[in-house]
Structure formats: C-alpha cells, structure tokens
Design a protein. Structure first.
Ligand code: PEP
Ligand code: MG
Length: 325
C-alpha cells in the first residue's frame, strides 16, 4: 500500500467532480522536513515551533531558532511554511520555564497567554522568524487565541519587530501573512471581526474539540466518549468554514481529525478545501479525495447533519463502502 501511495505522490488531490483539496503537512522537528518532498505535501501547514524548545535544556537563542526556521523554509522551497509561535504550557512543558501546579493546565497559563505575559519570549521568536524569512514569504500564526483583542496585541508585537528590522538594516521578508488558530470556542463568535485582522485561519480541532465537549484530550477514559463525527461538531465546523468563505479568508484544519480519511471526507463535504495532516496521512487522505464525488457526498451529509444521533460515523462508513471510497 505504501508503494501505491508513493506512486500517487505527484498526483493532485482532486475529487472526481473536480474540486481541488490542498494537503499540507504538520511538522515540528528537523527530522520531519524531508517528508515535505517525500509525501508530496503542498507545504507545511503547521510547524509546531515549541518542539525545538521542549528538547532544549536552555532557552534557544535567536541564532539557533533562526537556523531551524531557515531549514524549514529551505526544505519547503516555494511552498509555504506556517510557523506557529510557541505553544508551551498545557501538556507541553519546557525545562527552562518553571510552572505552577495547575489544576487544569490545558485551560491554564499556556501558549499565547504566556507569550503576552512574557513578550520578550515572543519578540525573540518573531525576530528569528523574520531573519530566517529575509526576502522570502513568512507565514506566522498565533495559538490559543480566545478573543480578537489578543490577536491585535500579537500583531502589535510583530509590527515592533518588523520596524526593528529596518532600523538595523536587515532585509525584511518579501511578504508577511498573519494567521490565527481557532482552538478556543469563544473566538468562533467573533469571526467577522477576526477575519478583518488576518490572512488565514487554522482550525486546531485537537484543542477546539476538547473545549467544545469539555472533554480532556489526553484522558484515556474519555477517548471514546464523544465522536468528532457528531452532528454538533459538523454543524459547528460548517459555520466556521462558511464564515471563512464569506470573508474570503482561507480556512485550514490542522488537528489530527483531518488526517483520518473518514473524518477528512466529512470535512470536505462541509466545504473545507485545505487540510494540514501528519506526513503519513497525506497518502490515505489523497486517496479518499480522489475517489469521492463531492456533490453526491454533500447531498448525503446535508441529509444527515441535523440527525439527533450520537454520531454519523456508521452511516458515513456505509456511504463510503457503497460508493467504493
Ligand atoms: C490543535 O490543537 O488542534 C493543534 C493542531 O495544536 P496542538 O495539537 O499542537 O495543540
Ligand atoms: Mg492546540
């Protein structure tokens, strides 16, 4: 099977009725980078910058950070790399930032909350990203944003670093695209205002869904409690995708659910056309996309999204089997 996926590496991810789906790859460490070419990804849709910080005994210096970001941009060539600023705290601890014993670390002092309280950390990281992307495209996005006001504060900090480049005579990136992760449900009630501030949105369903269902993503007892193919989830995600389309802002989904072919099938039926998945998922998801008739699938989904059942998983599976997907 792996050989078959490899043979389809350079084939486009396009449905039988002609809708193009962009498949990006998630990455975090240098060892991940050769997979961009190996798997035929259209770019890196999520570069989890905190991984480098987690394996480092001391706070990585600007030069060290710059090297890593440079390597990621080099590996992707003309394709975009979306750098997510530090998402530490929660389930991701770093040795050099002592933390309190929090009762709910996933909802605690993490990600952008740390960055806004310790802006030097964010400024050094943004500086490294700007250096690495000199003369090239820089895509940067901010994690765990709960309200538009937080995103605005991040943009101000970024602007300070951009201004600093000129003062030091450094080459700026060719363009800077600013993105935001949607991981906190509250933000989904500010989408029209948010879309005015950003160039792209990335839906982080790993976190978003744990808050949506109030269900710890790392508790094995709860792993099968709720299903991401629940009608409530699909209706919620559809409203986000439609809001993006209305505002003309690209929406990508970068949580693990996008890498599972059945879930990805539901997502493209909702109108999503951009997924960022783990390298190993690109082949299977592309295979699914290429065997789907999207119009037919959308008719099926529209008829099922208002169901009061726990999940549409079984009926979707039947649909897939009946249509040789
Ligand atoms: C997410 O929350 O869906 C996400 C992509 O971020 P992480 O898994 O790194 O928290
Ligand atoms: Mg997350």
């Amino acid at each position: 099977l792996a050989a078959q996926y490899a043979a389809e590496r350079d084939e486009p991810a396009i449905t039988r009725d002609g809708t193009r789906i962009a498949l990006f790859m998630n990455a975090g460490l240098l060892v991940d980078l050769p997979n961009v070419d190996r798997m035929g990804a259209e770019g890196i849709g999520l570069f989890r910058t905190e991984f480098q910080f987690m394996v480092s005994p001391a706070l990585p210096k600007v030069e060290e950070q710059t090297k890593i970001y440079n390597a990621a941009l080099d590996a992707a060539g003309d394709r975009p790399v979306v750098f997510r600023t530090l998402d530490i705290g929660g389930d991701k601890s770093v040795p050099f930032l002592p933390r309190d014993n929090e009762e709910n670390p996933a909802m605690g002092w993490r990600a952008i909350r740390i960055a806004l309280d310790r802006p030097a950390l964010l400024r050094y990281q943004l500086r490294a990203l700007l250096y690495a992307a000199a003369g090239r495209s820089l895509h940067v996005m901010f994690p765990m944003i709960a309200e538009v006001a937080e995103l605005r504060r991040c943009k101000k900090i970024l602007q300070k670093e951009v201004d600093r480049l000129a003062r030091y005579g450094r080459t700026a990136p060719k363009e800077i695209k600013i993105g935001c992760m949607l991981e906190v449900p509250a933000l989904s009630w500010q989408l029209p205002a948010l879309f005015k501030e950003i160039d792209f949105l990335s839906v982080g369903t790993n976190d978003l869904m744990q808050f949506f269902f109030a269900c710890d993503r790392s508790n094995p007892r709860l792993a099968d409690r709720y299903d991401l193919l629940a009608p409530s989830v699909l209706a919620f995600l559809r409203s986000i995708i439609l809001a993006g389309a209305k505002a003309g802002v690209p929406v990508t989904l970068c949580g693990e659910m996008g890498g599972r072919p059945l879930e990805a099938m539901a997502l493209i039926a909702l109108g999503l056309t951009r997924l960022s998945v783990s390298p190993a998922a690109i082949g299977p998801v592309k295979r699914m996309v290429r065997s789907v008739d999207l119009a037919q699938l959308q008719r099926f989904l529209n008829a099922n999204i208002t169901s009061a059942d726990h999940s549409i998983r079984d009926s979707l599976l039947h649909f897939a089997r009946d249509h040789h997907i």
